[in-house]
Design a protein. Structure first.
Length: 302
């Protein structure tokens, strides 16, 4: 059985993250997991970059990096700025899995960074949240989805799960980052089938993938490269974990709606949804715990 990501908390994690994770029930401390480089020296994943990628993929990444620098630096900076509100949670996930922080920031930037509300982003196929987990993958990772809450929208649960799932897929395919990313986006079964199928035209792996998955790999690794090489800047947002830690708990009373709660706390529905993985704003239950910004702390004030 998969260990639930909400039970993974790294030693040395920022106090704001710790408070946020306590809210979601995280209570077991874990040391970060280092890996060995080619010489057998213990190192974090970020210490042994760049990845050992096929030349055809490196070329595509370099071309995309140059394209972004020339034409799309503003939009990519905007994506990364949205993700920056979860940077401490991603740092923790990086320490736990050994995967590069820049790689882990790049996935939600590509998957949901273009959405107005990155936490509630939903694809036409039903993938939800910053990690864009499908329901079956979420279930595999121990992420709860019920009639009232969808933990795919909770960054302190979804983002560590994202890192763990990617780590598992990279390990599954012999430590190859591009195979792991393909499996993350397209599914491990599809990647296995592709690798076993005859390659009659002699194409490289990347060119045999569906266009969506091929683009996903190139876009993720391009953003990772831009950050790792300090070729892009972005405005850092207030940390979500600190905002959560400063919020109040409200227990839903019988017959109470989110609109009632918003009025009582001088806030609005949008801000309540930003703080909570509520599946349907018109369907909350008696006794449900809701995080609400303290009176006078609405982002629309001052």
């Amino acid at each position: 059985m998969k260990r639930k990501p909400e039970n993974l908390i790294g030693v040395g994690i920022a106090i704001g993250v710790a408070l946020s994770l306590v809210y979601y029930g995280m209570n077991v401390a874990k040391e970060h997991l280092p890996i060995k480089d080619g010489k057998g020296v213990i190192a974090n994943y970020s210490d042994v970059l760049p990845y050992n990628l096929p030349g055809s993929i490196e070329k595509k990444i370099n071309n995309n990096v140059n394209y972004i620098k020339k034409y799309k630096s503003y939009s990519v900076s905007s994506e990364l700025s949205k993700v920056s509100q979860f940077e401490d949670i991603i740092e923790y996930a990086s320490q736990y899995t050994g995967l590069s922080k820049y790689l882990l920031m790049s996935i939600p930037a590509v998957e949901a960074g273009g959405e107005i509300d990155i936490l509630r982003a939903e694809s036409p196929k039903g993938a939800v949240g910053p990690a864009q987990f499908m329901p079956n993958t979420a279930k595999e990772m121990g992420i709860n989805i019920d009639n009232y809450e969808d933990e795919r929208m909770s960054p302190s649960i979804a983002l560590p799960a994202m890192a763990e799932y990617l780590e598992d897929r990279i390990d599954q395919f012999g430590g190859n980052i591009h195979f792991g990313l393909a499996a993350y986006n397209w599914g491990p079964g599809n990647v296995e089938s592709l690798l076993k199928s005859p390659n009659k035209k002699g194409k490289g792996f990347i060119d045999r993938l569906p266009r969506e998955t091929r683009d996903f790999i190139i876009r993720v690794l391009s953003r990772e490269t831009l950050m790792r090489k300090n070729m892009i800047t972005y405005e850092k947002q207030p940390l979500f974990s600190v905002i959560i830690a400063d919020a109040e708990d409200h227990i839903v009373k019988k017959g109470e709606t989110l609109y009632d709660i918003a009025g009582d706390y001088d806030t609005n529905l949008k801000e309540i949804l930003e703080l909570n993985p509520i599946r349907n704003p018109n369907n909350v239950k008696t006794g449900q715990k809701i995080k609400v910004k303290k009176d006078g702390s609405s982002s629309e004030e001052g």
